[in-house]
Design a binder for this molecule. Structure first.
Ligand code: SF4
Ligand code: SF4
Length: 174
């Protein structure tokens, strides 16, 4: 498949999570402060196209600056170090994803039935600080997101995995 349609990805995710309740919605963004692993350049191109179309020139320049700064900082760390840091996504605007309709599969496949748990996860310094219930939900969220991503990626060309910021900087430089 040349280009996996985001609508099809959303459809698959909806079928796999049917009957479950989720707190996820546009404007909820506790999960937007971490590394984002992308596996498809088409997703990145779509994100930059949307930002180029919808942002002012000044906003786009700010986005590019943040992407380059964070990429540079992340490149100086081991993956383990970078994973434990909080990285506010450069696409967050007033606490909401500014490219929500074209956010990557990594973001689309994350869902949680308790936003308060997401807040706790993002506020905790270590996994051990979480309660047993929060640890269990955090593990469930991560495992399900990974399973969904694997299933979606089976249906489209994979070009990663690459951290989102590094991929977007690469695309900006082409
Ligand atoms: S995963 Fe958590 S923080 Fe992210 S949108 Fe869903 S409820 Fe909100
Ligand atoms: S792309 Fe959007 S949904 Fe994904 S981490 Fe960034 S702000 Fe959040």
């Amino acid at each position: 498949m040349a280009l996996f349609d985001l609508v099809a990805a959303d459809d698959l995710i909806a079928r796999k999570t049917a009957g479950e309740t989720a707190d996820c919605k546009r404007g909820c963004s506790w999960c937007c402060h971490q590394l984002v692993v992308m596996t498809n350049r088409a997703d990145g191109i779509r994100m930059l196209d949307a930002a180029y179309r919808d942002f002012s020139a000044e906003e786009f320049a700010q986005l590019e600056l943040k992407l380059r700064e964070q990429t540079e900082q992340i490149s100086r760390m081991s993956h383990e170090q970078a994973e434990t840091r909080r990285w506010t996504c450069p696409f967050l605007k007033d606490g909401s994803c500014s490219i929500y309709d074209v956010r990557p599969i990594a973001c689309r496949s994350v869902s949680s039935r308790d936003a308060r748990c997401c807040e706790a996860m993002m506020s905790a310094e270590t996994f051990e600080e979480l309660t047993a219930e929060q640890q269990s939900l955090a593990t469930e969220i991560g495992e399900r997101a990974l399973a969904l991503q694997i299933e979606i990626n089976d249906q489209r060309p994979i070009t990663g995995p690459v951290e989102m910021r590094a991929l977007l900087v690469e695309l900006l430089d082409e």
